[in-house]
Ligand binder design. Structure first.
Ligand SMILES: *Cc1c(COP(=O)(O)O)cnc(C)c1O
Length: 376
């Protein structure tokens, strides 16, 4: 059996090596390392894939979130509602900009922000909601957008884990996640569903003015060189990464399908097991399985993961400490909050290997070893 990895970007590369190598060499030949042709062609292709008006490339997903928040002119002390159950980048940028993170619960089925919790958290200082499409499943955007509209709030979608995911509204229309809110942000970190060979990120919006502003912010606040209109930063997607992404974007749907096939295999193996809850897929969302995350009931998670490790099966906990429990927020003087669902999920989740290059033999082995341990 081939060795099992959490992600296998090497094998994925080997399938498209010829095209990718040629695209990289073209960048080397033109020496346009920054803002070369592939950057324009990739952002145009991504806008068209997502059906969004503007795609602004940047250096990584964390910057994408930060630039989005900078463009909205949020002021220190403004409150930003976000789930605690997410990767730290989502809330880190809130803290970095001296905004106040307001951590709320997630839905225990979808792992995504709970609209009722959002409603309860709104105060006169609330300016924005940051839903996260965690693990590749959409947050309940229709409800979030409705709440935002009622309270005049911005919505910044953290789409780092869900590129390619479809959201279906109650009227039957469908949109890609990341294109529904005021602004969407994504990451091209190598292990993400659309991963570069280094860092990268992008910001999406249908708003011309915001797009213009975010482009400037990502480029030292300038439109005309050396004339700086606003405080910005330096955040670029380089040409080599764009060249790689250009090719991989053509395979994104197939990659997401391959992830869905892996998930279907696991789902079948673990179906109706009382100790295992398999990922839920809401009627409004597709699932692009950035992670395949189980909830364990009455299983010693550490022992399971140790056992799997002895069988050379990696597993991960995403994430071992939720935002509201992180030391970095200690100095923020945030009110003491109790997030029972978040704490419970944090203690019960385990993610199994999922990527585009897994074979039947590996999947059978992983599922049988998980069941071996749990049924023993
Ligand atoms: C990966 C990720 C980010 C940050 O992306 P980087 O490119 O690593 O900066 C933000 N939010 C979520 C949910 C992520 O998974």
């Amino acid at each position: 059996m081939r060795p099992i990895q959490m992600v296998d970007t090497k094998t994925q590369y080997l399938h498209i090596k010829k095209e990718v190598d040629a695209a990289i060499h073209e960048v080397l030949d033109t020496a346009a390392y920054i803002n070369g042709k592939p950057v324009q062609s990739f952002t145009a292709a991504l806008s068209s894939y997502l059906n969004v008006k503007h795609t602004i490339p940047c250096a990584n997903g964390t910057d994408a979130l930060q630039i989005a928040m900078m463009a909205l002119d949020l002021q220190p002390g403004d409150e930003v509602i976000t789930p605690s159950f997410t990767y730290i980048a989502t809330t880190e940028v809130v803290a970095l900009l001296k905004l106040t993170p307001v951590f709320v619960e997630v839905d225990p089925k979808t792992f995504c922000i709970d609209p009722d919790a959002v409603k309860k958290a709104i105060t006169p200082k609330t300016k924005a909601i940051v839903p996260v499409h965690l693990y590749g499943h959409a947050a309940p955007m229709e409800e979030i957008m409705q709440i935002a509209k009622e309270h005049n709030l911005y919505v910044i979608e953290d789409n780092a884990q869900a590129i390619g995911c479809d959201y279906t509204f109650s009227d039957g229309t469908t949109k890609k996640t990341g294109t529904i809110g005021t602004i969407g942000a994504t990451s091209f970190y190598p292990s993400k569903n659309l991963g570069a060979f280094g860092d990268g990120g992008a910001i999406f919006t249908n708003d011309d003015e915001l797009a213009h502003k975010m482009k400037m912010i990502a480029n030292h606040g300038q439109q005309k060189r050396y004339y700086h209109e606003v405080v910005g930063c330096n955040s670029r997607l380089d040409s080599i990464q764009a060249a790689v992404l250009n090719i991989k974007l053509q395979h994104l749907d197939a990659y997401n399908k391959a992830r869905q096939a892996v998930a279907a295999h696991y789902n079948q193996a673990f179906a109706n097991h009382s100790a295992i809850t398999t990922p839920y897929v809401a009627a409004y969302s597709t699932h692009v399985y950035h992670q395949y995350t189980l909830q364990l009931n009455g299983v010693d998670r550490d022992k399971l993961s140790e056992y799997l490790a002895t069988q050379k099966i990696p597993s991960m906990i995403y994430y071992p400490v939720p935002g509201h429990q992180q030391d970095m927020f200690a100095s923020f003087g945030l009110p003491d909050i109790q997030l029972d669902v978040t704490d419970q999920l944090t203690s019960a989740v385990i993610s199994l290997p999922i990527h585009t290059e897994m074979d039947e033999e590996q999947l059978n082995f992983i599922s049988s070893q998980v069941l071996n341990f749990i049924n023993q």
